[in-house]
Design a protein around this ligand. Structure first.
Ligand code: ZN
Length: 295
């Protein structure tokens, strides 16, 4: 099976430079931020920057371009001001993703803070529906990401993500069709799914089938975990060097459905002091070596 493996890359200096960085790292696919992830405001995208991005992407042969939304967005909040601000920010990000021809926009569902899970889920669905109706996307799906479940964060359990998608679809079928899921291996493990064992992985796959709408999983975040099973702490580790281990990624890539999805690294950048090589290159090689050993 030929897998599509890539990474989250920086677009410092210009969106088109993200394409160059992805190629240098040996990516087949890429994830970017279309704006500063730690700020609400963003200057509108310059048409020349959009063209430069589109041309670079087309020439590169890279597939499945996606973006990750700002960490500030919280659709699950009971705070009306933050809720309105989050919807506005999601609309802007969704419009940018459309303009750039991205097929996915990864979103953490949010945190219910001082309310409760049910109210949080209701808010997220309401926010998604409003953002959808204001954006009217043609291409880009918002992909809800499973979370490690730190604090009052929503989306730790697959059935909760499934519920959000089902409710959105029931209320507004077109919105439902513009949503999906991005599964993060580190988050699943930290949330308590023992995907590092044969049985645990099989059970996780069964839950994907039972608890998420068919074909809703569109992307994978491939990260090992620094923290143990069920820790609810989100700390990414290089592939094969954490609690998950290489075997977990071998199983995942060998899975007939999940193994066909584009997979993006979100591991630490930089140079490995031991080998003097780029970490993205090392992690992609680690994944691809598993690929070849699958019979
Ligand atoms: Zn992730």
């Amino acid at each position: 099976m030929k897998h599509c493996l890539g990474s989250h890359v920086s677009v410092a200096g210009g969106l088109h430079l993200g394409v160059q960085r992805a190629l240098e790292a040996g990516c087949d696919c890429l994830q970017i931020f279309t704006k500063n992830a730690n700020a609400w405001a963003a200057k509108p995208l310059d048409p020349a920057a959009i063209t430069a991005w589109r041309e670079a992407l087309q020439a590169s042969g890279l597939k499945h371009p996606i973006a990750h939304t700002s960490y500030l967005i919280n659709l699950g909040t009971p705070d009306e001001t933050l809720f309105r601000k989050s919807i506005d920010a999601l609309v802007i990000e969704w419009e940018r993703a459309e303009a750039l021809g991205l097929e996915g926009l990864v979103l953490h569902p949010g945190a219910y803070t001082t309310s409760d899970e049910e109210s949080g889920v209701r808010r997220v669905v309401e926010g998604l529906i409003e953002a959808f109706s204001r954006t009217q996307p043609k291409l880009c799906r918002v992909l809800l990401e499973n979370t490690a479940g730190q604090g009052t964060t929503l989306g730790r359990q697959l059935d909760q993500l499934g519920e959000m998608l089902d409710r959105a679809r029931a209320a507004e079928p077109k919105c439902g069709a513009a949503l999906g899921v991005c599964l993060d291996t580190c988050h699943a493990f930290a949330a308590g799914y023992p995907i590092h064992t044969d049985d645990g992985f099989r059970d996780f796959c069964q839950r994907i089938r039972d608890e998420l709408p068919a074909d809703s999983v569109r992307a994978l975040h491939l990260n090992d975990s620094k923290k143990p099973l069920g820790s609810r702490v989100d700390r990414h580790e290089h592939i094969g060097r954490g609690e998950l281990g290489l075997e977990t990624f071998r199983r995942l890539l060998a899975h007939p459905q999940l193994g066909c999805l584009p997979g993006y690294l979100e591991t630490e950048k930089g140079i490995d002091p031991e080998s003097g090589r780029d970490w993205d290159q090392i992690n992609l090689e680690a994944l691809r070596s598993l690929d070849q050993s699958v019979v």
